[in-house]
Design a protein around this ligand. Structure first.
Ligand code: NAD
Length: 486
């Protein structure tokens, strides 16, 4: 009997095993983390129907305060099992220990607390109106849950991004069917254990494992009883999901890809701009939707900036999370093939390779993983595919600019519009330039700072809608106007 872990689905309050399984692979050394039970169409159907039933059961009768209390318990239980979550996230992703310990897991728990608190302060508005007979009427706006919400999430920040959507959906009284990425099923399964432990009513949180096309993901979005779809992932997957959602006119919330610009003006604090750009390009091995892949540097400091970014990129310690590496591997060998194909393409498109561009050799079991070198290019034309397309690896192209109008035009000349980072010590300039960025979020002199009350999302191919704070409550609630004639 194999002692390999089995990750099960969680449906209607039960952990469900299936005959069909796939492997969860550790990208550090290619070892097997777990066998994952793949949900078929029938199981997806069971989950959706359980979620629908739960809306009318105990959960449906909970007050906002009761829901909020339960979500606080979820956060507490994630924190109680903090080490299990850290171990699981690292096993699936190989990402740096500090990042998982300081960002992924704490922010996963914080999402539940934040939305539990926020929903309790949600406005229930009343509008008094006059009527021809002089008696008047009262309009009451009641926020109701949407129903069964399908949550589909990616592999780059697995627990954080999943809970970013599960928390507000549950806070608003919905029930959820959730599919983590096939690459990162582990923390989602622990989250199901947490839901079970805190006594989440049956059918409120359902977990389905599997892939996208012809698997759990596709069955979820095609299911007629799913009321709304909230998705984080690639823009092309978003397009496919939207086509399916169109048949049922289902509301969608999409957080999609990016090809984000960083703009470094000559008046910026040079060291801070370099350190910030190292973070914004190479964090999580470049696998953050907000990472900068296009860096524009004012010509007078261009050469110095390229040299400094190169020196810093070469200092990044790549390797095993438990050995204190700054940067782990890409998520899979398949993803590495994609990133490497851009590395070859860049050279044929005329790039000058400043550093990186290869698969590192360790001489140990990391050689079975999916590591790649931090990579910097210059000299590509603005219309090169490597400057236009999202690569999603530890790589950037740096190009010089001469004036504000030119760099604004270049930064906005993208099919994507997720994020930008501006580095300058001139606040008038920061104000002028940031307001012209065609993105959902623009940082000035920092990157990745997030206040959960603010709207988050993208324009163009980077998404539809905004989540965060009241914007999340708006998406996950259906307002009902009750007009009472006096
Ligand atoms: P992906 O689109 O390949 O997969 C995301 C999820 O969708 C997975 O769970 C996958 O199984 C599922 N899926 C795939 N095809 C599907 C289909 N046809 N029907 C239903 N489900 C389907 O994305 P990924 O590779 O996991 O993640 C990386 C992408 O996510 C990048 O493009 C990145 O920029 C983007 N991303 C965006 C944000 C944001 O906030 N805007 C955050 C993180 C990641």
């Amino acid at each position: 009997m194999s002692s390999v872990k089995i990750l099960k689905n969680y449906i209607d309050g039960q952990f469900v095993e299936t005959k069909m399984t796939f492997d969860d692979i550790n990208p550090v050394d290619g070892s097997l983390v777990a066998h994952v039970c793949e949900a078929d169409k029938e199981l997806v159907d069971r989950a959706v129907l359980a979620a629908k039933r739960a809306l009318k059961g105990e959960w449906g009768s909970y007050s906002v305060t009761q829901r909020a209390k339960l979500l606080h318990n979820v956060a507490n239980e994630i924190e109680r099992r903090f080490d299990d979550f850290v171990t699981a996230e690292i096993a699936d992703t190989g990402k740096a220990y500090d990042q998982v310990k300081n960002i992924d897991i704490p922010r996963g728990a914080a999402n539940f607390r934040f939305f539990a608190d926020l929903v309790q302060n949600q406005d229930e508005k009343i509008f008094e109106m006059t009527t021809a007979d002089g008696c008047g009427a009262t309009n009451q706006i009641v926020n109701k849950p949407l129903g069964v919400v399908a949550v589909i999430s990616p592999w780059n920040l697995p627990l954080l991004l999943m809970t970013w959507k599960v928390s507000p959906a549950l806070a608003c009284g919905n029930t959820v069917i959730v599919k983590p990425s096939e690459e990162t099923p582990f923390t989602a399964t622990l989250l199901a254990e947490v839901m079970d432990k805190v006594g989440m009513p049956k059918g409120v949180f359902n977990l389905l494992h599997g892939f996208g096309p012809k698997s759990a993901g596709a069955y979820m979005i095609e299911h007629p009883e799913v009321t709304a779809i909230t998705f984080t992932g690639e823009s092309d997957t978003g397009k496919t999901i939207m086509k399916n959602a169109a048949d049922g006119l289902k509301p969608v919330s999409f957080e999609l890809g990016g090809k984000n610009a960083a703009i470094v003006f000559a008046d910026a604090d040079f060291d801070k701009a370099v350190a910030g750009t190292v973070r914004s390009v190479f964090s999580n091995c470049g696998q953050v939707c907000l990472c900068s892949e296009r860096v524009y540097v004012e010509r007078s400091i261009f050469d110095k900036f390229v040299v400094s970014l190169k020196e810093n990129a070469e200092k990044i310690k790549i390797g095993k999370p438990e050995e204190g590496a700054d940067m782990g591997p890409l998520i899979s060998k398949k993803h590495r093939e994609k990133v490497l194909s851009y590395f070859s393409l860049a050279l044929t498109e005329g790039a000058k390779l400043v550093t990186g561009g290869k698969v590192p050799v360790f001489g140990n079991d990391c050689d079975n993983g999916s590591f790649i070198e931090p990579t910097i290019w210059t000299d590509l034309p603005e219309d090169a595919r490597c400057v236009k397309e999202e690569i999603f690896g530890p790589v950037c192209h740096i190009s010089p600019f001469d004036n504000e109008d030119e760099v604004i035009m270049k930064a906005n000349n993208s099919d994507y519009g997720l994020a930008a980072a501006i580095w300058t010590s001139d606040m008038d300039k920061a104000n002028r330039v940031s307001r012209q960025m065609e993105v959902g979020i623009c940082w000035v002199n920092d990157w990745f700072l997030r206040d959960l009350r603010t709207p988050f999302g993208g324009v163009k191919l980077s998404g539809i809608g905004r989540e965060g704070g009241a914007h999340s409550l708006e998406f996950y609630c259906e307002p009902l106007t009750i007009c009472i004639k006096h």
